[in-house]
Design a protein around this ligand. Structure first.
Ligand code: ATP
Length: 143
C-alpha cells in the first residue's frame, strides 16, 4: 500500500467509534469544514454539527453525522473527541424525524419556559442526521 496513511481515533463519551489507519479525514470545524491528509500541520479545532468522514486505508469512505466536539491533529495522529456521532447507516431515521418535529413545535410555541436556543440546536442535530442518512441512500461514497 503506497498511499500515505495516518492514525485516526473517533471517540464519543460512551463509545469508541473508530480506531485505525486512514488516507483522509474531514470534519465540520467551527470556522469551516476542513480535511486532513498525511503530514498535515498541527491543528486544534472545535466542531459544529455537520458531516464528518474518513477514507480508510483500503479506499472505503465512511460518513458520520457529528454534533460538536473537537479535533486534534499532531504527528500524523488525529483524535476526534465528539459529543455524539453516528455512522450514516446506523442513524434511526424515524427517531430523527420525531426529534425534528418536536423541535419545530418548541420553536413555534409561544408558551413561556420554552428554551428556543435548545430547540434550535435539537432541530439542527435532527436535520443533519436526516441529511447524512439520505446521502448514504443516494450512494454518497463518491464525493
Ligand atoms: P433525541 O431527541 O432523539 O434523543 P437528540 O439530538 O437530543 O435526539 P443527542 O443528545 O444528540 O440526541 O444524542 C443522544 C444519543 O443518541 C447519542 O449517543 C447519539 O449518538 C444517539 N442518537 C441520537 N439520535 C439518533 C438517531 N436518530 N439515530 C441513532 N442514534 C441517535
Amino acid at each position: 500500500m503506497d498511499e500515505k496513511t495516518f492514525k485516526l481515533d473517533i471517540v464519543a463519551p460512551d463509545r469508541i467509534l473508530f480506531k485505525g489507519l486512514v488516507r483522509s479525514f474531514s470534519a465540520p470545524g467551527e470556522i469551516g469544514a476542513f480535511q486532513v491528509l498525511y503530514n498535515h500541520a498541527p491543528l486544534l479545532s472545535t466542531l459544529v454539527t455537520g458531516e464528518m468522514k474518513y477514507t480508510g486505508e483500503n479506499g472505503e469512505t465512511v460518513f458520520y453525522a457529528v454534533s460538536g466536539g473537537f479535533v486534534e491533529v499532531r504527528d500524523n495522529r488525529v483524535l476526534a473527541l465528539v459529543d455524539t456521532a453516528e455512522r450514516a447507516e446506523e442513524i434511526d431515521i424515524e427517531r430523527a424525524r420525531k426529534s425534528q418535529e418536536r423541535a419545530i413545535k418548541r420553536m413555534k410555541s409561544r408558551e413561556s419556559g420554552i428554551d428556543t436556543v435548545r430547540a434550535k440546536r435539537a432541530f439542527t442535530r435532527a436535520t443533519n442526521r436526516l441529511k447524512i442518512a439520505q446521502r448514504v441512500k443516494e450512494g454518497a461514497g463518491v464525493s
